[in-house]
Ligand binder design. Sequence first.
Ligand code: NAP
Length: 279
Amino acid sequence: MSRILVTGATGNVGKHVVSQLAGAGLQVRALVRDPDRAKLPEGVEAVNGDLSVPETLEPALKDVESVFLIWPGFAAETARDVVAAIAAHARRVVYLSADVEDLADGESPTLFHQEVERLIRHTGLSWTFLRPVGFAANTLGWADQVRQGVVRWPYGEARRSLIHEKDIAAVAVHVLTSAGHGGGKYVLSGPEQLSQAEQARIIGEAVGREVRWAELPLDVAREQLLAAWGDARFVDGALAGWGAFVDTPERITDTVPKLLGRPALTFRQWATDHATDFR
Ligand SMILES: NC(=O)c1ccc[n+]([C@@H]2O[C@H](COP(=O)([O-])OP(=O)(O)OC[C@H]3O[C@@H](n4cnc5c(N)ncnc54)[C@H](OP(=O)(O)O)[C@@H]3O)[C@@H](O)[C@H]2O)c1
């Protein structure tokens, strides 16, 4: 049977990729940085490795046919060596990218995902890029404020088509376990466009409390994001992106229903699944 290595196996998406693959009876290996801390389903092999130290990946890549790759952080400094190591062992990679444009040779990336994609395209691997829009899970950052009944954040009227992490994982599993996805660049979204103020209200309804929206001044938001992310370019890019969704809502695609044969999960479903995280 062909073994699949899942990176980011403890993260939002990776943990569902691991459990869905294991649930289907497939041979799954999880790349983890701390095997004692990682809670993995029964039967899943955990192997230590760090994407920022490519030479640590050899044991995890041994006898692997496919890799689900995520790229943590905001820079792709070690991506070249990581991608080369994957290409030396595996046949297929499914990369969790973002909704980005292709990067031509010689062109500078605006986001590190473009660079990782370009590196992968230049290998002999069979590759598929998953390009999700914003994750519904980003709203977990509001949890403390939801508990107080007021979400203070910029751009309450920005409309987004946020996607449930389970749908991204389900698409990843579909692509990892079926043929015909080589060269696919799949833009994945949720089924509806909701303003951020509506998202806060829906979370409140799932939790059973009234949640109000209060517009946060941009300079305060920028300061908070800088403290959290530490990367000014990424912060400014994110703020500009959210601002643009006020006039031009984030797009909806039909990729999830086409690939999975069912509608994409709604934000309300996501909020219900995560109600305890907001209580
Ligand atoms: N949020 C969004 O709206 C959005 C939209 C599009 C694309 N994305 C992309 O999605 C990816 C994040 O996915 P996610 O939310 O599922 O992840 P996540 O919940 O942020 O978790 C990160 C995962 O990566 C692992 N990790 C961190 N540093 C590592 C390292 N140096 N070596 C090996 N593993 C490491 C973590 O493992 P530990 O347990 O060891 O910490 C964890 O499993 C990012 O690439 C992001 O750019 C996000």
